[in-house]
Design a protein around this ligand. Structure first.
Ligand code: PAF
Length: 293
């Protein structure tokens, strides 16, 4: 029977190795329970908790993982300083109703001698991939390993990382991974800033500037709602908002086909309006999807 959203939080069991997570999930299976999975890199915020909440709605048991995956960080990126508030993460995940928390060590996921990588060609080089070469190879490789260990019924991902969700959906489809992938909508601060573990890098001044990212997207959405279909005009509208916020440095502003991530000139069918910008030492991304396939 699927879990009801009002279910009381159960006690959180923690495991470390692949064998342990498999054994714990096997216990759920013996009882006939379905499993929803929320992979994370920790630094848990309300966006992650909304995924746990959604997973509670689709499956009997919720498994979460916390693993800061070295393979998806470039050599100059923030792997070392990525926030790792382990005790707080455990508390938040437990309170949200996570049943099982998997906290693997690097060698559990990448055993010595490991050589295998997963590439989703054609999707991984665009947008984030252009700025962060190798990033999606790291994401696809770790997510396939996590899925092979947990074997969940449902995998929950956030729309904020739309390209990540697309890469994983394509990998799951192409490699016949028996899991249903679901996306949950982006959770935002009251002023619109998308929740992200990297928001922790912002000081108060930078935080005030970062709101421009969502405001730019809102301007583009407003144009679409008024009937504008020119991708160029949408990009201009976003940049016009950002010009008033000198602390926001553009990485990219893109209007792309939501399935192929190829740039479009005019908005037809489903498109993704996606942006990335640096604010202080944080690199932040956000997006929205528009239209139907
Ligand atoms: O979105 C994230 O936190 C990570 O990219 C993921 C999916 C957990 C893989 O490391």
């Amino acid at each position: 029977m699927p879990a009801s959203p009002g279910r009381a939080a159960r006690s959180l069991r923690r495991v470390r190795t692949v064998a342990q997570v498999r054994a714990a999930v096997a216990e759920f299976r013996r009882r006939g329970e379905s499993v929803g999975f929320v992979p994370t890199m920790g630094a848990i915020h309300s966006g992650h908790l909304s995924l746990v909440e959604r997973a509670r709605g689709t499956d009997d048991r919720v498994v979460a993982s916390v693993f800061v995956n070295p393979l998806q960080f470039g050599p100059k990126e923030d792997f070392r300083r990525y926030p790792r508030p382990a005790a707080r993460d455990r508390r938040l995940l437990a309170a949200a109703g996570t049943d099982l928390l998997w906290e693997p060590a690097v060698t559990d996921i990448y055993p010595p001698g490991d050589r295998t990588r997963v590439r989703v060609a054609g999707l991984e080089e665009r947008l984030e991939g252009a700025s962060r070469p190798g990033h999606f190879e790291g994401v696809a490789t770790v997510v396939l390993r996590l899925l092979n260990a947990v074997k969940p019924d449902t995998l929950w991902l956030g729309q904020k990382d739309a390209q990540q969700a697309l890469v994983i959906e394509r990998m799951v489809r192409d490699l016949l991974v028996p899991v249903r992938v679901r996306r949950a909508k982006t959770v935002r601060e009251p002023d619109g800033l998308a929740l992200s573990s990297r928001n922790a890098y912002l000081d108060a001044t930078q935080r005030a500037q970062a709101v421009a990212i969502a405001r730019g997207l809102a301007a583009a959405r407003g144009l679409l709602a008024k009937g504008s279909r020119s991708a160029g005009r949408l990009r201009q509208a976003i940049r016009a908002v950002w010009r008033a916020y000198p602390g926001v440095r553009e990485d990219y502003v893109a209007v792309v086909d939501a399935e192929t991530l190829e740039p479009v000139k005019r908005v037809r069918g489903r498109v993704l309006v996606a942006v990335a910008a640096r604010v202080g030492r944080a690199r932040l991304i956000d997006n929205f999807e528009w239209g139907r396939a």
